[in-house]
Design a protein around this ligand. Structure first.
Ligand SMILES: NC(=O)c1ccc[n+]([C@@H]2O[C@H](COP(=O)([O-])OP(=O)(O)OC[C@H]3O[C@@H](n4cnc5c(N)ncnc54)[C@H](OP(=O)(O)O)[C@@H]3O)[C@@H](O)[C@H]2O)c1
Ligand SMILES: *[C@@H]1O[C@H](CO)[C@@H](O)[C@H](O)[C@H]1NC(C)=O
Ligand SMILES: *[C@@H]1O[C@H](CO)[C@@H](O)[C@H](O)[C@H]1NC(C)=O
Ligand SMILES: *[C@@H]1O[C@H](CO)[C@@H](O)[C@H](O)[C@H]1NC(C)=O
Ligand SMILES: *[C@@H]1O[C@H](CO)[C@@H](O)[C@H](O)[C@H]1NC(C)=O
Ligand SMILES: *[C@@H]1O[C@H](CO)[C@@H](O)[C@H](O)[C@H]1NC(C)=O
Length: 325
């Protein structure tokens, strides 16, 4: 009787595996995101995620919901050190007054402290620069004019100081391009500490090495982390190709898993941690049931070769950049 009960119980969420960042910090393979959620939706979604067994949360200053995220963490009753909290500071230039090296540095210092205040935390586990300086979104590279490089360095200096003060266990970037790292490596003195993480768009349909990003970052020792893993880009929904497409649903059927679980599994089985999000606690539970089963070699081959939905790792980079360097 006892074993029967165990067999039909909801599978106990096994501890979420992790990757080791270049500074030795362990980062979970799956995080609950909060983009496009206001504070109250972020509060309820993150509360459900923590109940479901999520050990990592992703938010950002620009999401304007860190108070809700912080409240969910505080009220969860989970010890602080058991939750990996990731947040972001904007890239310089979004606020035009920061399109200036000195202001960029000062604004980054200020924004880092604001993150802590809004989250009501004394430290975060990872903080990342949300995107390259706005200049790169026009030129589609960081180093095509010297001002862009200077801002990359100014922000990275502020990030390093925050890290040295023990206010973040790890620091990184998002939507960064190879040309942005060139700015750090060509500086005088050279900024030897490279970002530990680059959070970029990665999902089924983009192949296993889109624009050379996966191989490039592996060679540099920078951990990629996938966002919009279900193909949401501005739509507020998972891509219908991933939700209802033949490939994900037919593979799911064979494993008694949902299409979404198949799409998430494809990303993490490449060793790439994923950030997804949901407002439904049932969906959040599903999104963590990724370790009791495996895709077959044939499933992987079909998914590796699939070319829809389309996507690019970063909206700020020249698509040819990664393969050129
Ligand atoms: N650094 C950046 O520039 C950047 C950019 C984009 C995103 N991000 C981060 O990455 C996170 C995830 O990306 P995203 O927000 O674009 O979303 P996504 O993970 O690609 O897709 C989220 C959508 O998938 C649905 N979903 C989730 N689990 C499901 C399930 N088991 N079954 C059916 N539907 C499911 C959710 O709908 P329901 O609510 O109906 O479940 C939600 O609307 C963001 O929240 C944010 O933290 C970062
Ligand atoms: C937050 O978003 C939810 C869902 O979209 C909405 O119902 C609610 O009214 C919003 N709350 C505020 C304070 O704007
Ligand atoms: C901030 O966190 C502390 C615990 O560290 C808690 O007592 C307090 O209520 C929190 N404040 C808010 C506004 O959530
Ligand atoms: C659906 O996908 C499966 C692979 O999982 C494939 O064998 C089958 O031919 C596909 N069907 C259609 C109609 O594309
Ligand atoms: C299929 O998965 C569902 C939900 O996880 C579960 O309730 C059901 O028992 C599973 N069926 C089989 C045949 O394993
Ligand atoms: C899935 O694959 C991993 C790595 O190849 C292996 O360690 C694990 O035992 C497999 N799990 C199942 C349920 O087959």
């Amino acid at each position: 009787m006892r074993s029967l009960l165990l067999a039909v119980a909801w599978p106990v969420a096994t501890a979420v595996p992790s990757v080791t960042l270049s500074n030795g910090v362990e980062m979970p393979m799956v995080a609950a995101g909060s983009w496009q959620y206001n504070s109250s939706t972020a509060y309820s979604s993150i509360t459900s995620a923590l109940k479901a067994g999520f050990t990592m949360i992703d938010t950002a200053l620009d999401y304007h919901n860190q108070d809700g995220v912080g409240k969910a963490i505080a009220e969860s009753g989970i010890p602080r050190e058991k939750i990996f909290v990731e947040t972001k500071v904007p890239g310089c230039g979004l606020d035009p007054s920061t399109m200036n090296v000195f202001n960029c540095y000062q604004a980054t210092k200020r924004d880092l402290e604001t993150d802590l205040k809004l989250l009501n935390l004394s430290y975060v586990d990872l903080v990342i620069v949300h995107f390259p300086p706005i200049s790169s979104m026009i030129t589609r590279s960081c180093n095509s004019w010297s001002g862009g490089c200077q801002m990359v360095r100014a922000q990275w200096k502020a990030m390093n100081e925050f890290y040295a003060e023990g206010k973040a266990r790890a620091i990184g970037v998002s939507n960064y391009c190879p040309s942005c790292y060139d700015c750090l490596e060509s500086s005088n003195p050279v900024m030897t500490r490279l970002p530990m993480v680059n959070q970029v768009q990665l999902h089924l349909g983009m192949g296993t090495d889109p624009e050379g990003f996966v191989s490039y970052h592996k060679a540099k020792g920078i951990q990629l982390q996938a966002y919009s893993v279900l193909g949401n880009s501005m739509t507020h929904h998972a891509s219908s190709e991933i939700l209802n497409g033949n490939l994900t649903t037919s593979i799911g059927k064979a494993h008694n898993k949902s299409s979404v679980q198949v799409a998430l599994k494809w990303v993490i089985s490449q060793g790439i941690p994923a950030v997804t999000k949901s407002s439904s606690s049932e969906h959040l539970k599903e999104d963590l049931d990724l370790w009791s089963w495996n895709l077959t070699t044939q499933d992987k081959q079909l998914m590796d070769a699939h070319r829809s939905p389309k996507g690019s790792p970063s909206f700020a980079c020249n698509a040819a950049e990664a393969v050129l360097v």
